[in-house]
Ligand binder design. Structure first.
Ligand code: BES
Ligand code: ZN
Ligand code: ZN
Length: 479
């Protein structure tokens, strides 16, 4: 798919005129009878009026603020992509903005492009089902060349993150995930180093090695580094992504088939940080960023780590394993401890960590915890509203620390029954950090079974890519 900024509409394809209640409908270049038709449609709350090769889109005034208004534009864009691909087989469109809400054209384009996603690699005849829409142009009065180039890289990265999640676990092993990161690193000129199993052993990453014991394939630990000369941060920002390429639960096998069937999404955190780093580099953000991805699958093989094992972690903390399905925190802990060597300004880990997150925001958002201070958390929350990848903060109150105390070792990898499951994940990880840190639990949003706007059904969502990139931009204070 190609996104471009043009000064006049493309010769071929449809022209999309984005309007709202502040549009002077007489000034958008349509005839009197067409104006009457548009007005009639808009009075009946129809969002699309089809006029030959033109479509007038009406953004209603229901959204209660500009964040919702932007999302409404994305959602209508997504709806139109679906309509065009299903019924019109249109190859190219040109978008013009005539709405009073200036970013309307940009967000409409964003929604259209995000929705124009398919994963057809394993179909016998992928071409047969391929969407027709290839080129989305936008008039430069609605969005600049620079904005469109950036958006194009963002959409590409979101689609790659979805591909990585959708890729089945018999293909996307831990080693393959590392190779995929390497391909992106090469394209964006990011330094990359992949630690193999023996190097992971030398590093004494006990958590990652323990989770990998039941597997037929080796673990990897990927380190990406983007360090531009004009970086404004003295100490790096470190991103850490959970890279469990498949989570069966291990010996504490997941109880129902339904809870396992989409566990290829358990590297959604890894996909998000890798792809966000990729666009940060492509767009030359002036930030020194290091990205760490511990990766393995979690299986009940004959050597599998076992409930009641005591594991010595990378930072020498001992962990009593009481549930092998709480594997994410085991591998992240080693990565967080490894990150200490960088003396980081901030570490953000992103992980599909707990099913318990479902009871907080469901599929509407993710959960953040950490010690990085309210300003940084607020910046992340704001980035969430800006991208509609929203999140809220959960507290890491002192009392919760006791929940992971162990009689056997220093800590255990479970908490107090069903209590505060997502927070328990956070307090566990807190034992491995000695720097400003945030933990983002994306368990409920990395994958969707239903279609929602620009998310396809039974697919990775790419959640986190736009959010993290926006967060990095906000840290670098780029408008
Ligand atoms: N990968 C799961 C969490 C998850 C659940 C991700 C649903 C995506 C969707 C994680 O490894 C896990 O199994 N967590 C356990 C922790 C428990 C055993 C302490 C959970 O949430 O049940
Ligand atoms: Zn698990
Ligand atoms: Zn998991």
């Amino acid at each position: 798919m190609e996104l471009k900024s043009v000064s006049t509409p493309l010769d071929k394809g449809l022209v999309i005129l984005v309007t709202d209640k502040n549009t002077d409908i007489k000034k958008i270049g349509i005839s009197k009878t067409e104006i009457a038709e548009v007005q009639q449609q808009q009075n009946s709350e129809t969002h699309f009026t089809f006029l030959g090769n033109k479509i007038v889109v009406y953004i209603d005034d229901k959204p209660k603020n500009d964040f919702y208004r932007a999302e409404k534009c994305r959602l209508l864009g997504a709806e139109l992509t679906e309509l065009l691909n299903k019924h019109y087989k249109t190859e190219s469109v040109t978008i013009g903005n005539y709405a009073g809400f200036k970013p309307a054209g940009y967000h409409f384009l964003e929604g259209m492009a995000l929705a124009n996603y398919q994963f057809t690699k394993y179909k016998k005849d992928p071409k047969k089902e391929k969407f027709a829409l290839r080129t989305i142009a936008v008039l430069d009065s609605a969005a600049s060349q620079k904005q469109i180039e950036e958006l194009s890289s963002i959409v590409e990265a979101v689609h790659i993150a979805r591909d990585l999640v959708n890729e089945p676990p018999n293909v996307l092993t831990a080693e393959q995930l590392a190779l995929e990161a390497e391909k992106l690193a090469k394209k964006a000129k990011i330094n990359i180093k992949i630690l193999n199993k023996s190097e992971i052993k030398k590093e004494k990453m006990g958590g990652l090695l323990a989770v990998n014991l039941g597997s037929q394939t080796p673990p990897t630990f990927t380190i990406m580094e983007y360090k531009p000369k004009n970086a404004i941060n003295k100490h790096p920002i470190v991103l850490v992504g959970k890279g469990v390429v498949f989570d069966t639960g291990g010996l504490s096998l997941k109880p129902t088939p339904q809870s396992m069937d989409y566990m290829k999404c358990d590297m959604g955190g890894a996909a998000a940080v890798i792809c966000a780093t990729y666009i940060a580099a492509l767009n030359k953000l002036p930030l020194h960023i290091i990205t760490l991805v511990p990766a393995t699958d979690n299986r009940p093989g004959e050597d599998a780590y076992t409930p009641s094992d005591v594991i010595t972690m990378h930072n020498n903390t001992t962990v009593e394993v009481l549930n092998t399905d709480a594997e994410g925190r085991m591998i992240l802990a080693d990565a967080l401890s490894y990150a200490q060597r960088y003396n980081p300004q901030l570490v953000l880990d992103v992980a599909t960590l707990t099913g318990a997150a479902l009871f907080v925001l469901g599929s509407q958002g993710s959960l953040v915890m950490g010690n990085a201070g309210q300003d940084v958390i607020n910046t992340l929350i704001k980035s969430g509203y800006e991208t509609h990848e929203r999140l809220i903060e959960l507290p890491l109150w002192e009392e919760f620390k006791d929940y992971v105390k162990s009689d056997m070792g220093d800590i255990k990898n479970t908490g107090k029954g069903k209590e505060a499951g997502s927070i328990v994940g956070g307090v566990f990880l807190q034992n491995f950090v000695n720097y400003p840190w945030l933990h983002l639990d994306i368990a409920t949003v990395a994958y969707t079974h239903e279609k929602h706007g620009y998310w396809n059904k039974n697919s990775g969502t790419g959640y986190g890519v736009r959010l993290i990139y926006q967060f990095l931009k906000n840290i670098a204070e780029i408008k």
